[in-house]
Design a protein. Structure first.
Length: 201
């Protein structure tokens, strides 16, 4: 049986990270995002940040212009944010808190805006029946999508609250010093009283 060394484990872990980043890039591309944006999302999901612009360009092995374009895109989508680091002149970026809830909120707003656009168009311009039917069908799709996403958003927000509530007691338990038995204060008091009596005697 071949023994697995620490070097082998480290290599396997690095390969697993790179595979995740590349898979995320492919998935992002199928969703309409640039592949490099998907790679950036994968990096921030793994490392969180802050990560400097120079480090991102080096890790991505991409041009600074390409990294700049895609970091701005992810900022607009609400996935990452630009952060300031004391003593540093270059830009740093971090994954935003609850980035996917922010993306959902933006999608809901987009759907609601579309339904408003259709209402305004139909109110201002008489259209053929066929065109009106197509617009109303699209409007119904966006309205139902917005409602469904709102329900999903509420579920995710509630789930995060529950997760956070469960994490707080765990942190307290891990950081709290071991509590003395209930009888410990009485025992200390008794020892103190005995010591005083001995001194007097």
């Amino acid at each position: 049986m071949v023994a697995v060394t620490q070097q082998d484990k480290a290599k396997a872990a690095l390969e697993a990270r790179e595979l995740f980043i590349e898979r995320n890039a492919i998935q992002a591309e199928t969703s309409g995002l640039p592949r490099i944006a998907g790679r950036l999302i994968g990096i921030f999901l793994l490392d969180g940040g802050p990560i400097s612009f120079a480090e991102l360009a080096e890790r991505m092995q991409a041009s600074r212009a390409s990294v700049s374009t895609n970091t701005r895109l992810l900022e607009r989508l609400g996935i990452i944010e630009r952060v300031a680091m004391r003593g540093e002149r270059q830009d740093f970026f971090s994954l935003r808190a609850n980035p996917f809830l922010i993306v959902l909120e933006q999608s809901i707003a987009d759907c609601q805006r579309f339904t408003t656009y259709v209402d305004e168009l139909l109110a201002a311009s008489p259209l053929p029946a066929e065109a009106t039917a197509r617009l109303q069908q699209a409007q119904d799709f966006h309205a139902v999508t917005a409602q469904t996403l709102q329900e999903l958003l509420a579920k995710l927000a509630e789930r995060q609250k529950q997760t956070a509530a469960q994490a707080v007691p765990a942190k307290r338990k891990a950081g709290a010093p071991a509590s003395a038995p209930a009888s410990a204060p009485k025992a200390r008091k008794a020892r103190s009283t005995a010591a005083r009596r001995t001194t007097k005697d």
